[in-house]
Design a protein around this ligand. Sequence first.
Ligand code: A2P
Length: 271
Amino acid sequence: IHATDDVSAPVAFAIPDNVFAETVTEVRHYTDRLFRFRITRPTSFRFRSGEFVMIGLPNAEKPVYRAYSIASPSWDEEIEFFSIKVENGPLTEHLQKIKRGDTVLLRKKSTGTLVLDALLPGKRLYMLSTGTGVAPFASLIRDPETYEKFEEVILIQTCRDIAELKYITEMVEGIKDDPLIGEFAADSLRLYTTTTREPFTHMGRITDLMQSGKLFSDLGLPPLDPETDRGMICGSMHMIHDTKAILESFGLVEGANNKPATYVVERAFVG
Ligand code: A2P
């Protein structure tokens, strides 16, 4: 048997011990740059909401793996991902063509710092994202533990245009009716979305809106306070660099799994 470029081709090699071969259950394209997909979840696969995992396709003898934040919560029966499409991206150029029934490879070990355990207790949790950086937060806002730990959860996503905001906007609208987390989320979760390249209710980069104070006045909240506020950042390298500087200017300190503090960071998957 020969491996081919066809993503729907049967697996042409033995699946290694540290990898699960799972089936695509749903694919939805939002724009020519963004799509989400869901796969079956092996019963033995455990992760903490907010973590990432390495995924690949069985289209080559040596599959290319890339880090992907898991966008579904840890209680979900399936696993969801929110992905960018990169024309010559070694994985995404193929991944963007997947269909229901195709196979996706999933390494068995998940990891990551955008987890509740890496933050000290606080009152308000700010989740700051651009583009596909919203994925780990799509997981965390659907986890009841987030609302057990924080009274208020403020999810922020900046994208180029309105269509790119649809994934999270629809999710947050739907969450209020969810039998498991609807009640928590209705009281605690707020979504603040902005665009940078198309007119919208709120415009501008999240970084600029924090610096000018407009984010806080729009939300009717005081500026960040390290006593009460916690941050999670996920976006491009530049966005992370700029957002970290702002959180630190407010006195927040970067934490890790082995050293919880007042904010945590992870780079969004890029190609
Ligand atoms: P902009 O349109 O001004 O570049 P991308 O799709 O390129 O990853 O970008 C997603 C969003 O992140 C865009 O709205 C983009 O704004 C914004 N962005 C890019 N760089 C930064 C940064 N350093 N800080 C904050 N937002 C950023």
